[in-house]
Design a protein around this ligand. Structure first.
Ligand code: CMC
Length: 434
């Protein structure tokens, strides 16, 4: 049994167990959340905690992002996501996340110039992409290519090298992403155009060909920039935790980010945006019966989930989804696109939000619910959706990796387990095994 001792500061909680009582110090965050410091638990009691999915476990102190899932709040370094979405650019947000403060004009100009100068890939990458199957999903291609960057930049890990690695990662990720798409089409990769801004350059590399000029519509570039901003960080989610775990072994930044991309690929994480479009397509193909699908998602007999709904942290609304719902409508209106998928999505949202199951389970649309519809309108192919998420999340991963490396509390991540397997038994020679 644990009881909190009254105290004016964070105080302690007393853990009463068979062998005695242990006072566990409390830690308080700047937004008032309280954690129980159990660093001495095993040494003093011989016991460990058990928390599958780590939903009750604070793995680090962090100053990068703050989420209040009950109130639908997301802030990067203290700035509300709504304000950054309205007023900022992705590169400015990237700087903010990595350095902790908004950049001055001079800092931003230098950062943008550095990123622009490093967008090209080593020519050997052409052979790297050629070696992969043509139908390769772009997520593992990106993970492999980012991991491969470590073979081109093998200097010892000095502050300067980490600085250069950050610039190279932010600069080269769009080039890698677009090249992975071009490879799947059998088209030559398009070289970056340094006269273009970050999002425009990415769209250009995606859609230009050596035979045809591609004019980047600034409205579309701004939509991409906004999507990147909304994905830029989300505290200790699965892929960010992966980046921290891998980095805790002192693996380099390229290796850690490559692992993060792999973690993001899963359908319960970044892969959900692709699954949302596939779900909307499926509903349309089966006659557009949204009610029937909602019933399926509620049924425990069926494994179907309403993709783009639910979140481990948000239990009221996901502020990113609110911004994206509006952006989605704006982009489609601007492009003059009538989207059956948007119609189905809005109907799905309306029905689910009025349904007892979704209300009682606190399931609301998340960032992936509307992002896929915008990507589709922008001409981004479905299997590139999660890559778009990775492009946006990159500065958050970097910021968290740096924070982890500078945190004096960082130790190699090495959880314990509750062993439930066989106890010690005698080896049986193969002839005697039945
Ligand atoms: N549709 C139907 N039921 C759901 C859904 C859903 N989308 N999400 C959760 N539930 C139910 C689940 O069946 C369970 O019900 P019960 O308690 O009756 O058994 C309950 O809600 C709790 O679910 P959980 O899986 O224990 O919740 P979690 O916090 O472990 O999972 C989640 C969070 C996001 C993985 C989950 O809500 C989900 O699978 N959503 C669909 C996939 C998705 O959209 N993922 C993108 C997340 S946002 C982008 C990102 O940050 O990666």
């Amino acid at each position: 049994m644990a009881t909190a001792a009254p105290s004016s500061g964070p105080g302690t909680v007393n853990l009463q167990y068979d062998g005695g009582t242990l006072a566990l110090p409390l830690i308080k965050g700047s937004e008032g959340e309280v954690g129980i410091d159990i660093a001495q638990l095993r040494a003093k009691t011989g016991m460990i905690t058990f928390d599958p999915g780590l939903g009750n476990t604070g793995a680090c102190r962090s100053k990068v992002a703050f989420i209040d899932g009950e109130k639908g709040i997301l802030r990067y370094r203290g700035y509300p996501i709504e304000e950054l979405a309205k007023k900022s650019t992705f590169l400015e947000v990237a700087w903010l996340l990595i350095h902790g403060e908004l950049p001055t004009k001079a800092e931003l100009d230098t950062f943008a110039a550095d990123v622009t100068r490093h967008t090209m890939l080593h020519e050997n990458f052409n052979r790297f992409f050629d070696a992969l199957p043509k139908d390769a999903h772009p997520m593992p291609v990106c993970a492999a290519a980012v991991g491969a960057l470590a073979t081109f930049y093998q200097q010892p890990e000095t502050d300067q090298h980490v600085h250069d690695t950050i610039t190279r990662l932010i600069a080269k990720m769009p080039t890698i992403a677009a090249a992975s798409y071009k490879h799947s089409l059998g088209q030559p990769s398009i070289y970056p155009q340094n006269a273009l801004d970050y999002a425009s350059n990415f769209l250009h590399m995606m859609f230009a060909t050596p035979c045809e000029h591609y004019h980047v519509d600034p409205t579309l570039a701004r939509a991409v920039d906004l999507l990147f901003i909304l994905h830029a960080d989300h505290e200790q989610n699965c892929s960010t935790s992966t980046v921290r775990v891998v980095g805790s072994s002192k693996a380099n930044l390229f290796a850690s980010i490559s692992a993060g991309i792999s973690a993001l690929w899963g359908p319960l994480h970044g892969g959900a945006n692709q699954e949302v479009i596939e779900m909307l397509d499926r509903i349309e193909a089966e006659g557009g019966d949204v009610h029937k699908f909602v019933e399926l998602a509620k049924s425990k007999k069926d494994h179907t989930r309403l993709m783009g709904f639910g979140h481990r942290v948000y239990k009221n609304f996901d502020p990113r989804a609110v911004i994206l719902k509006k952006a989605c409508g704006d982009v489609l209106t601007l492009l003059g696109i009538k989207s059956k998928q948007l119609e189905i999505a809005m109907k799905l949202e309306e029905i689910a939000l009025a349904d007892d199951y979704f209300i009682s389970h606190k399931l609301y649309p998340n960032v992936d619910f509307y992002s896929g519809i915008i990507y589709k309108a922008l001409g981004i192919p479905v299997n590139m959706f999660t890559v778009m998420f990775a492009l946006g999340r990159l500065p958050g991963w970097i910021a968290q990796w740096i924070e982890m490396r500078h945190d004096p509390d960082t130790r190699i991540t090495r959880p314990r387990q509750i062993y439930t397997g066989a106890t010690c038994r005698e080896y049986v020679p193969i002839e005697q095994r039945g």
